[in-house]
Design a protein around this ligand. Structure first.
Ligand code: PLP
Length: 393
């Protein structure tokens, strides 16, 4: 016997992974250069040289027992202090190392927070479409219910009226993600202020805090000088889930953190509940060498030129053909309207030409497809004529 829920999750691969695996199979048949794979958000710019230099230096010059040993469960305090210092300076706040809980990336951070906020079988956590498809299993695995606010397809901000109407006495939190996967949109400060007003009102109505979980793996990936508002400064009861997977191109190193502001409602208790949730999931003590690396490289920023060039090339190339697309201010995704309206059928049509795109259905909205432009420039250049072919066929 085995757990049916886990079995289902493990045996049904995600739509994105399925397309990615198909691409690998096709590459073996027709050659890698003839497969145009826009399916997976795997960074295509290398980690900054200072990151690799820090790793080499530590391996050669630091105490092996320290860099490869266990740290305390939330991470080395000196490393958390270094990360907090940069964050405090950047956001003009008073973040301390003790407000951070290091995690193995944003995924376990989100699961720990959802588990920490789970009350009973009625507990609900809301997402905002389009959303990262893993939110559903992350939330449901903790015993809570996942529901979502339908997409505001006008500009992919947030349908505030519907958000307000969907919050009830069992709503524990709302997850937001900006810059957004899959739309590439950054939520405007006014949007977030309105979300904050709604949550403040609803928290008062139900006599308990409704938390905002801000999932921010793409925080540093923004273009044209756009600023990503610092959400805890807009809504006090915000928990930030962060990752170095995209900002430092380190997805395989599994490193991120949870930030629980010390002035948040029940901050100490929620921090302890996060620690407890992480403990039972075995996610304590994120990779210790990488903890020390991110501490050393706390001021490092990604070089976004290659992503920015890809973004412009693909966005303008598709617009010229006639595709409709949300303007991407950040991350490395384009969210494009599927010609004919059926995203699954369109993605199948693309697949026949070895053009791999992800239909939007898993993101909670129909009729779009997602493109990850963290690919080689030549992939985009060679794919545009194919996008043109499938547009009108
Ligand atoms: N949240 C979003 C919106 C993502 O796109 C991803 C990964 O693609 C994650 C969370 C998980 O990131 P991590 O690699 O840090 O677990």
């Amino acid at each position: 016997m085995y757990n049916q829920y886990s079995y289902r999750l493990g045996s049904e691969t995600s739509g994105i992974r399925e397309i990615f695996e198909y691409g690998l199979q096709q590459a073996a048949i027709v050659g890698k250069e003839n497969v145009f794979d826009f399916s997976l958000g795997n960074p295509s710019i290398p980690a900054p040289t200072s990151v690799n230099a820090a790793i080499m230096d530590m391996i050669q010059n630091e105490d092996s027992l320290l860099i490869h040993g266990y740290s305390s469960a939330p991470g080395f305090l000196d490393a958390r202090n270094a990360v907090a210092k940069e964050l405090a300076e950047r956001t003009g706040t008073n973040i301390q190392g003790t407000d951070l809980y290091f995690t193995c990336g944003a995924a376990p951070a989100l699961v720990s927070v959802c588990k920490a906020l789970h009350i009973d079988q009625h507990t609900e956590i809301l997402g905002i479409a389009p959303f990262f498809p893993e939110y559903r299993p992350f939330v449901e695995s903790t015993g809570s219910r996942f529901a979502y606010v339908p997409a505001d397809t006008k500009d992919f901000q947030i349908d505030l009226k519907t958000l307000e109407s969907m919050i009830h006495e069992h709503t524990q939190a709302v997850i937001i993600n900006s810059p957004n996967n899959p739309s590439g949109v950054v939520f405007r400060k006014e949007t977030l202020e309105q979300v904050a007003a709604i949550l403040t009102k609803k928290s008062a109505e139900f006599g308990k805090p409704i938390y905002l979980i801000s999932d921010e793996p793409y925080r540093e990936l923004v273009y044209d000088g756009i600023e990503v508002p610092w959400v805890p400064s807009i809504y006090k009861d915000t928990i930030v889930c962060y990752s170095y997977s995209k900002s430092l191109s380190l997805p395989g190193e599994r490193m991120g953190y949870i930030y629980i502001p010390s002035d948040m409602t029940d901050a100490k208790e929620v921090f302890a509940a996060v620690a407890g949730a992480s403990r039972v999931m075995g996610h304590v003590c994120s990779p210790t060498l990488i903890q020390r690396v991110v501490a050393r490289c706390a001021y490092e920023k990604p070089d976004l030129e290659a992503y920015d060039n890809n973004r412009k090339l693909l966005y303008h190339g598709l617009k010229k053909i006639g595709y409709e697309c949300a303007y991407p201010d950040g991350a490395f995704y384009l969210f494009v309207k599927a010609p004919g309206g059926d995203a699954v059928a369109f993605s199948e049509k693309c697949k026949q030409k070895n053009l791999l795109v992800v239909p939007s259905d898993d993101f909670g909205v129909k009729g779009y497809f997602r493109l990850c432009y963290c690919v080689a420039k030549e992939t985009i250049e060679k794919s545009l004529p194919i996008f043109e072919e499938v547009f009108s066929s």
